[in-house]
Design a protein around this ligand. Sequence first.
Ligand code: KIV
Length: 291
Amino acid sequence: MNEARKKVTIMTLRGMKQRGEKAVYLTAYDYPLALLADRAGVDIILVGDSLAMTTLGYKTTLPVTMDEMISHAKAVVRAVQYAFVIGDMPYMSYQPSDRDAVLNAGRFIAEAGCDAVKLEGGARVASRIRAIVDAGIVVQGHLGLTPQNMGQLGGYRVQGRTQHGFEVLLADALAIQEAGVSSLLLEAMPPETAAAIKERLDIPVYGIGAGDKTDGQLVIIHDMLGLFEQFTPKFVKRYLNGGELICNAIQEYCGDVRAGRFPSPEHFYDIAGSEAEKILNSARESGAQRR
Ligand code: KIV
């Protein structure tokens, strides 16, 4: 890899925004994919609570626990050398109180070794954000389609499609910038809405399904690699039919084992001929004694 590559910090991300360089942002939930994402040159990795669906098989993001998030965040951090790693605060890890918010955000930093945390919501979580920032932790905000509030939003619905919708989002964005978030993620809204919000903020603004005017793009790694087949949002570009490729490989393995093609001699461990002979003799002798 590039010798000059340095660990991405919040200062790096601010510099990229100032220079108009797009940040590449991707989720990862485990060691092997985080290793590859980091090697490929991704700037930011989110250990998203979407792992509830992509990796743990839940129907929504809501059931994933702090302990599960920490375990996955640790695996990702062990793999990553350069990217800025953000731990996503799961449902009920910050909603109850400022104290819960600080203690759980602190676990992502102290136990897992993340660089920052992300949490969903606007003005109504401003005090949580302020408390976490006051504990010295970098926070990313998340507005628009916020899956933890899916019930109140009426499902997975595109946000900010009206002037009123934009004004609500902007007021929330300004409130959480004031509370101390260092960056903001906008999810599922028209490009015009995201661009207008970005124009009014000083911090880097990233998007997932929020058009091309943001300071960087996030996608869910299982979506871009074709590893999550339950549904594919409109904004996803698929770069690999990973599910099909992996399934084909496993079917080939099944065929090889059943037909006796695997394992073959190149997969065998060596043994000296004399030792092999002794083993066969001793097996024959013990068989004879049993009879
Ligand atoms: O958990 C996640 O991956 C996220 C993105 C969908 C924004 O929060």
